[in-house]
Design a protein around this ligand. Structure first.
Ligand code: MRU
Length: 344
C-alpha cells in the first residue's frame, strides 16, 4: 500500500506533515479550516491534486465549524472559508477546481443539515476518486515505457502529491506492476527539495529502485545515455499544452529535447485550465530563505537579493505526450486536449 497523504477521519482532516520528511513520518490532525489553509501555505501538504482535495476537506470542516441555522448564513460562512483557502497558493488550478465543486454542491442543497452532509460526502468522494483516477492514468501511461528503462522525474508527483498512488509516479508504479523492470532517477529539486525529501523517500518506502541526482546533473546523465524518458506532473495545463509545473521542469524538458529523450506529463483532467492564456497565470513567488539556505543551514550572505519562483512554464513543443485518465494526448495538443474532454 502506498502512502495516504490526506484523509477524512471522524470529522477531522488527517495529513502527513511533509515538511518533516524524510526524517519523520508524522500525521497531523485538523478540525479547523484555517489550519488546513496554513498547512497548504506552509507545504505541510503540497502537490496540485493533494491541495485540491485538502481545499475540499477544508470546506467540509468549515461547514461543521459554523453554527449557522439558515442556508444563506452557512453559504456566507463557506464563501469566506473558500476565499481564505483559495488565497493560499495561486498556481495549481486543482485548488480552485476542488473549492468550486464543493461550493456548488453546498449551494444546491436545501438546508444546513443537507449542506453539511453533502459537502462532507462530496469531499470524501473526491479523495477516493483521486486514487482511482491515478490508477487509470498509470495504466494509460505505462505503455509508453519499455522493460529496463530508466526514467527521470522532477519534483514529487507521487502518492505524496495526491491522495495516493501519484500521477507521474503512478505511471511508474503501473509500468512496474505490468512486469517491467523500471529504474528511476529523481532530481533533488531545489530549493525545497521535493525530489530528495519526498520522491526518494516514497519510492524507497515502496521498494522502487531510485537514484538521486543534484539538479545540475540532469545534462550529464542525459548526455551519458543514462535516461530513457522523463515523466513529471503538472499544476496547470492550458488548452494549447503549456504545462505549469515545479521550477526547473522547463530546464529538464529543454535538456531532454537536446538529447532526443521523450518528455511526458501525467495529470488528471482537474489540472487542465482551458480558459486561461499563459500570461493570465500567477506564478507563485516564495520566500527568499528557501534559496539562501538548505533546510536550517544558511548558505548565502545576509541581505542578498533573491528571485524564487515556485513554478515555470514548459511550452508544448518540448512535450512528447500528456497522460490523463481519459487517454494519452499527443501533439498537436490544441486538437488532442479537446478530444480528451469530448470523451468525458
Ligand atoms: O510546490 P509544490 O511541491 O506543491 O509543487 C508540486 C509540483 O510542482 C508537482 O509536480 C505538481 O503539483 C504535480 S503533483 C501530482
Amino acid at each position: 500500500m502506498t502512502l495516504k497523504t490526506v484523509e477524512w477521519k471522524e470529522n477531522s482532516v488527517v495529513m502527513i506533515d511533509q515538511t518533516k520528511l524524510p526524517n519523520i513520518l508524522e500525521y497531523v490532525t485538523y478540525t479547523d479550516y484555517n489550519q488546513v489553509a496554513e498547512a497548504i501555505r506552509t507545504l505541510v501538504v503540497r502537490g496540485a491534486p493533494a491541495i485540491g482535495v485538502s481545499g475540499a476537506f477544508g470546506l467540509a470542516l468549515a461547514s461543521l465549524q459554523s453554527n449557522a441555522k439558515e442556508k444563506g448564513e452557512l453559504i456566507n460562512y463557506l464563501e469566506n472559508a473558500k476565499k481564505i483557502l483559495f488565497e493560499t497558493r495561486p498556481t495549481a488550478v486543482n485548488l480552485s477546481w476542488g473549492l468550486d465543486k464543493i461550493m456548488q454542491i453546498a449551494k444546491n442543497a436545501e438546508n444546513v443539515d443537507e449542506i453539511r452532509k453533502s459537502v462532507v460526502d462530496a469531499a470524501k468522494k473526491m479523495a477516493d476518486e483521486d486514487i482511482k483516477i491515478n490508477m487509470t492514468m498509470g495504466k494509460n501511461g505505462s505503455e509508453l515505457f519499455n522493460d529496463n528503462d530508466t526514467i527521470m522525474t522532477h519534483c514529487n508527483a507521487g502518492a505524496l502529491a495526491t491522495v495516493g498512488y501519484g500521477t507521474a509516479l503512478g505511471v511508474i508504479r503501473a509500468a512496474k506492476d505490468s512486469g517491467k523492470n523500471i529504474k528511476v532517477i529523481a532530481t533533488e529539486t531545489r530549493p525545497v527539495q521535493q525530489g530528495s525529501r519526498l520522491t526518494a523517500f516514497e519510492l524507497k518506502h515502496d521498494g522502487i529502485d531510485v537514484s538521486l541526482i543534484s539538479d545540475t546533473a540532469v545534462g550529464y546523465t542525459m548526455a551519458n545515455g543514462l535516461v530513457n524518458g522523463v515523466i513529471v506532473g503538472a499544476d496547470r495545463i492550458l488548452r494549447a499544452g503549456h504545462v505549469f509545473n515545479k521550477i526547473g521542469t522547463y530546464q529538464v524538458a529543454t535538456m531532454a529535447k537536446q538529447h532526443n529523450i521523450p518528455f511526458y506529463v501525467a495529470a488528471p483532467l482537474s489540472t487542465f485550465d482551458l480558459q486561461s492564456k499563459p500570461d493570465d497565470i500567477i506564478i507563485e513567488q516564495r520566500k527568499a530563505s528557501e534559496v539562501t539556505g538548505v533546510g536550517d543551514k544558511k548558505t548565502a550572505p545576509d541581505g542578498i537579493d533573491v528571485i524564487n519562483p515556485a513554478f515555470d512554464i514548459t511550452p508544448p513543443e518540448l512535450i512528447s505526450a500528456i497522460i490523463t485518465e481519459n487517454g494519452v494526448a499527443k501533439p498537436p495538443f490544441q486538437e488532442s486536449i479537446k478530444e480528451l474532454f469530448a470523451a468525458n
